[in-house]
Design a protein around this ligand. Structure first.
Ligand SMILES: *[C@@H]1O[C@H](CO)[C@@H](O)[C@H](O)[C@H]1NC(C)=O
Ligand SMILES: *[C@@H]1O[C@H](CO)[C@@H](O)[C@H](O)[C@H]1NC(C)=O
Ligand SMILES: *[C@@H]1O[C@H](CO)[C@@H](O)[C@H](O)[C@H]1NC(C)=O
Ligand SMILES: *[C@@H]1O[C@H](CO)[C@@H](O)[C@H](O)[C@H]1NC(C)=O
Ligand SMILES: *[C@@H]1O[C@H](CO)[C@@H](O)[C@H](O)[C@H]1NC(C)=O
Ligand SMILES: *[C@@H]1O[C@H](CO)[C@@H](O)[C@H](O)[C@H]1NC(C)=O
Ligand SMILES: *[C@@H]1O[C@H](CO)[C@@H](O)[C@H](O)[C@H]1NC(C)=O
Ligand SMILES: *[C@@H]1O[C@H](CO)[C@@H](O)[C@H](O)[C@H]1NC(C)=O
Ligand SMILES: *[C@@H]1O[C@H](CO)[C@@H](O)[C@H](O)[C@H]1NC(C)=O
Ligand SMILES: *[C@@H]1O[C@H](CO)[C@@H](O)[C@H](O)[C@H]1NC(C)=O
Ligand SMILES: *[C@@H]1O[C@H](CO)[C@@H](O)[C@H](O)[C@H]1NC(C)=O
Ligand SMILES: *[C@@H]1O[C@H](CO)[C@@H](O)[C@H](O)[C@H]1NC(C)=O
Length: 633
């Protein structure tokens, strides 16, 4: 045969080959397309004709064979079963992330022998990961996170020596982590978090020296942290938190010189914190909270010069807080709460200029908060308070420029703000207002009578009562609070907000619970009147004798219905009794002589007891009518 003929024949067969492949790819894609649901407006509707290389989401090589199929976020719903993977021998990238694809991953996916990149994350795939995945020997990246995959991780994954990135997180995978993973010599990212993997961490993980991120968090892993982990010289993130790991933290952790984040929280790790951690010069986060670590905090912690987050809370650590902590110039969060630390808080803590959150509650620390922290010593004790009507304090923040409490966020903001806003005030109907008063009374009753050492708030005002979405009251701002030591009368500079301070504080510096009772009375009247009751108060105070029997006539004859917030409709039904009785209670709390004021326990009980029926119709009741009835009524 002449050479030219030979070439022609060759060209013809080449053409035949690419042609038949294109047909197969076209057929396969169109067949799959008809099995899918997708929003008709999206570009899949452009998948017509016989040249898939021109279709959206598809890239071909020079021979017009598909190399890249990218349909991420196309709103596709369906399975992969009608997609004939045999038709795509040149496919290198398959990206179908963020759709609603479901069903199993077909074993035939193993036919994609050229595949480098496989993104099937954020779909609804279920069933096992097929072991045929082991046929994808060119695979660099395997992303299956955010599905509902079951069963074990196939050990065949260990054959895929080209893998650099494996993300199987957020599935329902169970069984053990295959030890074959130790074969993956260039693996950088290995994320198995949020699954149901159990058994221990295979020591072979320590053979993957290329690892930079290892995340096995939120599984059911038990046993010790393998010492082989010390080989992972390139590891920058190690997350093993929320498992059931036990034993002690191996000294080898100190060999992880590239580590920036170490998260071992919420396990069952015991023993001491290894001194070797002092070698982790670029560590920025160290989370060891909620374990069973014991012994004292090693001085070496002070060598972690890059640390910005240190959380050792909820362990069994004892001994003093090391003074070396003062070296952590970049520290922004220091949480040591819930341990058995003792001794005093070192002055060095106050040298932490970047500190924004300091939580030392629930320890056995003694002595004052150092002057360097420049904050009231009572505050950290208050972070123990748990009551539905008291804002939760998570700790306090203090540095050279700022001192503030870190507390729970209460959505609606202050009572003052709500009462001064026409619209919000009208939403705060009588039932809600009475409930706010009840909540405030409960909080103060708790602080005065139910804490091991009574707490006087000293600054109860409508600004410091916050309302949540349910209009439930939360007392906040303990900046001036005092803790009463038994038998001691606390002397202090007058604190509080003008307009809410008990009158006796003008001539005595002796603070007791009755100051809060007075302020409670002011806030209660403010809630009922819809504005600060300054005129009523000055009327009450213009007489020094026990009040309110000596209230000036004009006030005595004042109708309750004219006193209360005119922006709301006059209360009806049961609310009338409640409003009238609450006004009476507030007047008793506002008595000038602290001895005549009830305790918060009495107030709280009165507010939840059965009210006596009104002596006459609500619209006719005057302030005077309410005077003289005793609280127990
Ligand atoms: C195309 O598909 C047919 C059957 O549908 C198959 O016999 C043939 O081998 C395929 N050709 C190529 C090149 O894959
Ligand atoms: C795949 O498609 C998504 C959006 O459809 C796009 O954001 C992404 O860059 C594409 N990836 C590649 C490698 O083309
Ligand atoms: C691992 O995956 C989870 C869930 O998908 C993600 O939140 C986490 O950030 C990942 N871990 C790392 C180290 O990237
Ligand atoms: C998760 O896997 C377990 C078995 O390990 C199975 O009983 C459970 O139904 C699975 N849950 C989902 C949501 O697939
Ligand atoms: C560690 O990282 C460095 C720099 O990225 C790289 O040169 C080296 O090969 C890595 N080591 C391993 C064992 O992969
Ligand atoms: C967690 O692992 C333990 C064995 O360590 C096993 O007994 C238990 O069933 C596992 N729990 C779940 C929810 O998988
Ligand atoms: C915690 O670890 C200890 C051993 O240090 C073990 O005795 C105990 O059973 C473990 N607790 C849990 C809940 O796994
Ligand atoms: C904490 O660890 C100690 C050993 O240091 C062990 O005796 C104790 O049982 C552990 N406590 C818990 C709750 O696992
Ligand atoms: C401290 O934090 C700053 C700003 O985040 C950063 O630039 C600096 O490198 C950090 N210092 C150390 C020792 O990590
Ligand atoms: C805390 O540690 C002490 C030893 O320092 C040990 O006796 C005690 O059992 C531990 N407590 C718990 C709850 O594990
Ligand atoms: C608390 O610390 C004091 C010393 O400041 C010590 O006498 C006492 O035993 C400690 N209490 C506990 C429960 O560790
Ligand atoms: C407080 O005073 C009472 C009587 O005045 C006395 O019985 C009690 O022991 C005192 N408590 C303390 C802690 O001093």
């Amino acid at each position: 045969m002449a050479p030219s003929f030979l070439i022609l024949l060759l060209l013809q067969s080449l053409h035949a080959c690419t042609y038949s492949q294109r047909v197969n790819q076209t057929d396969s894609l169109l067949k799959w397309k008809t099995s899918l649901h997708y929003k008709s407006q999206t570009s899949l509707s452009s998948w017509v004709g016989d040249n898939p290389c021109s279709w959206v989401g598809i890239t071909c090589d020079k021979a017009r064979s598909i190399t890249n199929l990218n349909l991420s976020s196309y709103g596709l719903k369906g399975t992969l079963h009608s997609l004939n993977f045999l038709a795509f021998p040149t496919l290198m990238e398959l990206q179908l992330s963020d759709n609603s694809l479901y069903g199993t991953i077909p074993p035939s996916i193993g036919k994609l022998s050229q595949l480098r990149i496989l993104y099937l994350d954020c779909n609804d795939f279920s069933g096992n990961i097929p072991s045929e995945i082991g046929l994808l020997t060119s695979l660099n990246l395997l992303s299956l996170y955010g599905n509902q995959l079951n069963g074990a991780i196939p050990k065949e994954m260990g054959i895929l020596e080209s893998l650099k990135n494996i993300d199987l997180s957020n599935n329902n995978l169970s069984g053990q982590i295959p030890s074959s993973i130790g074969n993956l010599k260039i693996l950088c990212i290995f994320n198995l978090s949020i699954n149901k993997l159990s058994g221990s961490i295979p020591h072979e993980v320590g053979m993957v020296g290329s690892l930079s991120k290892l995340d096995l968090s939120s599984n059911n892993l038990s046993g010790p942290i393998p010492t082989s982990i010390g080989n992972l010289k390139n590891l920058s993130i190690l997350y093993l938190y929320q498992n059931k790991l036990s034993g002690s933290i191996p000294q080898e952790v100190g060999m992880l010189r590239s580590l920036t984040k170490l998260g071992l929280s919420r396990n069952n790790l015991s023993g001491p914190i290894p001194t070797s951690i002092g070698n982790l010069k670029i560590l920025s986060s160290l989370f060891l909270w909620k374990n069973n670590l014991s012994g004292s905090i090693p001085q070496e912690v002070g060598m972690l010069g890059s640390l910005s987050n240190l959380d050792l809370s909820r362990n069994n650590l004892s001994g003093p807080i090391p003074t070396s902590i003062g070296n952590l110039k970049n520290l922004s969060i220091l949480s040591l709460s819930g341990n058995k630390l003792s001794g005093s808080i070192p002055q060095e803590v106050g040298m932490l200029r970047s500190l924004s959150i300091l939580s030392l509650s629930r320890n056995n620390l003694s002595g004052p908060i150092p002057t360097s922290i420049a904050f009231h010593s009572e505050i950290h004790s208050l972070t123990n308070i748990r009551h539905r009507n008291i804002v939760k304090l998570y700790g306090f923040c203090s540095n050279a420029e700022h001192s503030f409490l870190v507390c729970e966020f209460i959505e609606r903001g202050s009572l003052r703000k709500i009462l001064t806003n026409e619209e919000e005030a009208m939403d705060l109907n009588w039932i809600k207002r009475l409930n706010v008063i009840k909540g405030l009374a409960n909080a103060l009753c708790y602080m005065h009578h139910e804490c091991s050492t009574p707490i006087i708030h000293q600054d109860i005002s409508s600004n410091n009562v916050l309302l949540d979405l349910e209009y439930e009251a939360h007392v906040s701002n303990f900046g001036t609070a005092r803790i009463l030591k038994p038998n001691s009368s606390v002397r202090s500079l007058v604190a509080g907000t003008f307009g809410y301070i008990a009158p006796e504080l003008a001539y005595t510096m002796e603070v007791n619970e009755k100051c809060d009772v007075y302020s409670f009375g002011v806030v209660t009247m403010e809630v009922l009147m819809g504005r600060h009751p300054s005129d009523l108060i000055s009327a009450l105070l213009s007489q020094l004798a026990p009040l309110p029997s000596s209230t000036p006539p004009n006030w005595r004859q004042m109708l309750i219905k004219d006193l209360i917030d005119p922006r709301l409709l006059v209360p009806t039904g049961e609310a009338t009794v409640h409003v009238a009785s609450t006004v009476r209670l507030a007047l008793v709390c506002l008595q000038a002589n602290p001895q005549y004021r009830p305790t918060m326990r009495q107030v709280s009980q009165a507010l939840t007891s059965e009210w006596p029926p009104l002596p006459k119709p609500f619209s006719m009741i005057t302030l005077e009518d309410l005077v003289g009835q005793d609280l127990s009524g």
